[in-house]
Design a protein around this ligand. Structure first.
Ligand code: MRU
Length: 316
C-alpha cells in the first residue's frame, strides 16, 4: 500500500480518514489542497505530515508563489509536530541554493524512510520473546509513509519471529488505534484494542512488558509531545516500573526548544469529542475541550530510539 506518490505536480496520498474500511487516494493538485489534506487529517503522523509539507512547498514554488508566505501557510496547518517545520527549513535551504524543489522534497521523503527503517531495527531489539507491548496512537508505515516508528518496531519484531503481542489504545477522539489495529492485522500480529482507560489496570496486573510510543516534538531536555493520553501512560509506567520508550526520527527533534512547556498544543474542533466517528454522543449544548497532544517530561522516559540507536539521554 503506497502512502505517497508525486507526479506531474500532483501529490497522491492515501486518505487515512477512509481507513480501515476503504483504501482511497486523495489527489492534491496544488499546495492549498495539500495543506487542506494535512489540516483535515487525510494525512497524519508527524513524519508523514512533514513529507506532505515538503511536497506542498514544492507545489507552491513551481506555481510561482512567494516561498516565505507559502511556507508560513503550510506551517500553520498543524502546529505541534516539529517535523513539518524541519521539512520546510530543509526545503527552503535547497530552494535558496537553486536546487530543484521537487527533487528536494523527494530527498526529504527518502531521508525519513531511511531513518525510520533503522528505528524499526533498533526498536525491535528492545522487544523480548513473547513480550506484550502497549502502544498509543498510530506510528506504523501509514504515519510515516513507510516502515513506521514505535509500531514499526513491533512489526519488525514480529517479522523476526519474536512472538510479540500488542495492546492497542483506541486513541480517542480520532481513533488512530483503528489504523494501528489495521496495520497489525495486515501483518498478522496478535493484538487487542483497548479503551485508553484500560492501560492502567493491565499494567497493575502485570500484563504489559513494555510501552512504545512515537513523538511529535522532542525538546532539548528530552520532554516530548505526543498524542493526547501519552503522559498518563508514562506516569503509570513509572509507577509500575515498566520500560517506557519513545521512538522517533531526528526530524522530530526541536533543537531550539529547551523544554516541553512551550510546545504549542493543537486544540481541535470539539465535535471530534462530541460526535465520535460522526455520531452525536452528548446532549446538545455540551462543550468539550479537545487537546490533540500532551507533553511528557523526560524524567518519565526510559530511553529514546532514533535512527542513531538507543539513548537514555535526550537525542540530538
Ligand atoms: O494527530 P495525528 O493523527 O497526526 O497524530 C500524530 C501521530 O500519529 C502521533 O502523535 C504519533 O504518536 C507520532 S507520529 C508517528
Amino acid at each position: 500500500m503506497e502512502v505517497f506518490s508525486f507526479s506531474a505536480g500532483t501529490l497522491k496520498l492515501l486518505d487515512q480518514r477512509k481507513l480501515p474500511f476503504k483504501e482511497e487516494y486523495l489527489l492534491c493538485k496544488n499546495y492549498k489542497q495539500t495543506i487542506g489534506a494535512i489540516r483535515e487529517m487525510a494525512v497524519r503522523g508527524a513524519p508523514a505530515i512533514s513529507i506532505a509539507g515538503a511536497y506542498a512547498l514544492s507545489q507552491a514554488e513551481k506555481a510561482g508563489y512567494i516561498i516565505d508566505s507559502a511556507a508560513e501557510e503550510i506551517l500553520n496547518s498543524r502546529p505541534t509536530a516539529i517535523d513539518l517545520k524541519n521539512a520546510i527549513d530543509f526545503m527552503k535551504e535547497g530552494i535558496n541554493n537553486g536546487e530543484d524543489s521537487q527533487k528536494r522534497a523527494a530527498e526529504w521523503e527518502q531521508s525519513i524512510y531511511n531513518k525510520c527503517k533503522l528505528i524499526c531495527m533498533h526498536g525491535a531489539e528492545l522487544i523480548g520473546e513473547g513480550n506484550r507491548v502497549l502502544t498509543h496512537c498510530n506510528t506504523g508505515p501509514i504515519a510515516v509513509g513507510k516502515y513506521g516508528t514505535a509500531l514499526g518496531a513491533i512489526l519488525y519484531a514480529h517479522k523476526k519471529g519474536k512472538g510479540v503481542f500488542a495492546w492497542v489504545d483506541e486513541t480517542r477522539p480520532r481513533f488512530q488505534g483503528a489504523l494501528t489495529s489495521y496495520e497489525l492485522s495486515e501483518a498478522g500480529v496478535p493484538h487487542n484494542v483497548i479503551t485508553d482507560s484500560t492501560a492502567g489496570s493491565l499494567m497493575r496486573k502485570g500484563e504489559v512488558d513494555l510501552i512504545m510510543v512515537g513523538a511529535d516534538r522532542i525538546c532539548k531536555n528530552g520532554d516530548f509531545a505526543n498524542k493526547i493520553g501519552t503522559y498518563p501512560l508514562a506516569v503509570l509506567a513509572k509507577h509500575h516500573r515498566i520500560p517506557f520508550y519513545v521512538l522517533a526520527p531526528s526530524s522530530t527533534i526541536d533543537s531550539k526548544l529547551e523544554s516541553g512547556e512551550k510546545i504549542p498544543i493543537e486544540r481541535r474542533d470539539e465535535r471530534e469529542i462530541l460526535e465520535p466517528a460522526g455520531v452525536r454522543a452528548f446532549a446538545e449544548g455540551t462543550r468539550a475541550a479537545n487537546f490533540a497532544f500532551d507533553v511528557t517530561p523526560a524524567s518519565l522516559v526510559t530511553a529514546y530510539v532514533t535512527e542513531h540507536g538507543l539513548s537514555c539521554s535526550p537525542p540530538e
